[in-house]
Design a protein around this ligand. Sequence first.
Ligand SMILES: [Zn+2]
Length: 256
Amino acid sequence: MNSKVKDIETVYSRLSKQLHNGNMLHMEHELETSVKNYSLAKFVLGKGNRYKALISAGIHGDEPSGVETICSFLENNRFENFSDTWELTILPCLNPYGYEYGVRENHRGEDLNRFFRHDSPPEEVRFAQSAFDKNYELTIELHEDSMTPGFYLYQKGTHQEDDILGNKILTAIKNVMPINHNGEIDGHSAQGGIIIQQTDWTSMDWWPMAFYALSKGTRRTLTLETATGFAMQTRAEAHLIAIDTALKFYTEKLKS
Ligand SMILES: [Zn+2]
């Protein structure tokens, strides 16, 4: 039996406190579990702005720093510099059961980030997929890894010239959290903290959310991994710097 380690309602109330002027926290898709019914939450900042990004967290319940990052993003006005240009759709916690019980999977033992190509995916995945009712320039998924000594990331997209973004992010982060410079990370080849993905995603049997995003025409997806060994605040700060760097990069790039 899992025991409860965190409270998702605390997260929702922190977020609600910061959301005003029509940017409400939308609760959708009641998720029935044996312990309680969970709501899946979503909110949009800068509604109607020209450039669009999707930021999601908490798909793996034992990776709470992404959820903390979203709270901190609002509480510390990190949207301020982008509020005229970006519409951000934010999914603050895709696996609320896992978050509360500190487990990677959902209440059915499913790793949600393996079901994005499934014919009848779990409710949480359907909820995430429903956010792709618009075209995103960028999607950012916030994860963490208990095995890594430092930050690393996955990136993929339609424009190879955007690959320099990965390095820009790592350069911006390295004073806050060291980068994992290993040649192999999590079973993949890696270089300077960036995972090298050779697989052709279109022929894979299963997709993580990032590949679903590509299938929906997203220009670039970033999957960011902080190192769990660092304090929560440090992990959140690393994610915040990455978000900031990516949004700045595309603000410049798209207007030219
Ligand atoms: Zn993860």
